[in-house]
Ligand binder design. Structure first.
Ligand code: ZN
Length: 254
């Protein structure tokens, strides 16, 4: 099943995207995170996994990881309604170059005949051997939760039945790198939290791939040998809003 995260009722943080560009790479606000994604429930990137030979190593595409983290940034109340599939409320009106939300500043956007490349790069994970499991995972889209707000798939344990869909089992680890450039403190805090979903006593999980509505694809991301600055106080305003309360409720680690 799916649920809805209410839209933020606070104005978005918007700035000209060129004011904090990626033409410079100062040490503050730039760096590389070495990340480890661990599956909590079986995961399938069906379009990719189904084409692998039985003994072929698997990886997760950087574009999938990027989309997953961008979605969290939007749900936190730091992104416009650019990718919302219906008309969004006025506060979430699609960004322009002169008034660009944190999500569009971080991940980039296309506007008519030009675009903004963003300030974060997600690499594909390193390929690893996988002890494949095969489960029944419906491949059609489940009905969407009614109402308005960001669509979210709560973290649950799936009912596992033998089936044809190849999955990486719970406990599979994938390593990848995230490169970020010239982030201001608010962008840094929002991105680092959306990536790790960890701060103080908060530990939440992501969902990725097929069958999320049934509990497949729950996963967590940890930073390896992390010496980057801690998430700053800029995150507090986001954690005190209604969208985060809903997110924390649906994304507790199962
Ligand atoms: Zn935007």
């Amino acid at each position: 099943m799916s649920e809805r995260i209410p839209f933020t009722t606070q104005p978005l943080s918007r700035k000209p995207c060129s004011a904090n560009g990626h033409d410079r790479r100062p040490r503050t606000g730039s760096g590389i995170w070495r990340c480890k994604l661990t599956t909590i429930t079986p995961l399938t990137i069906h379009a990719l996994f189904r084409n692998l030979a039985e003994n072929e190593n698997a990886y997760l595409p950087g574009s999938s990881l990027r989309g997953m983290v961008r979605n969290v940034v939007e749900m936190l109340g730091a992104g416009c309604g650019r990718f919302y599939d219906r008309p969004s409320p006025p506060l979430l009106a699609t960004c322009t170059r002169d008034a660009t939300c944190i999500s569009c500043r971080l991940f980039g956007f296309v506007e008519s005949d030009s675009g903004w490349a963003g300030k974060v790069r997600f690499e594909d994970t390193v390929t690893v051997p996988v002890r494949w499991e095969r489960h029944m995972v419906p491949t059609q889209r489940p009905p969407q939760a009614p109402g308005s707000g960001w669509l979210i798939f709560p973290c649950t344990r799936p009912q596992l039945e033998p089936g044809p869909i190849r999955c990486a089992p719970a406990g599979t680890e994938f390593r990848f790198r995230v490169d970020y450039t010239n982030l201001n403190p608010e962008e840094y805090a929002v991105l680092k939290f959306a990536l790790t979903l960890t701060h103080g006593a908060i530990t939440l999980c992501h969902t990725l791939g097929y069958g999320k509505a049934l509990g497949f694809g729950a996963c967590k991301i940890e930073l390896l040998q992390d010496r980057s600055p801690a998430i700053g106080p800029e995150i507090t305003t986001y954690l005190n809003q209604l969208p985060f309360e809903a997110l924390a409720n649906y994304r507790r680690r199962p």
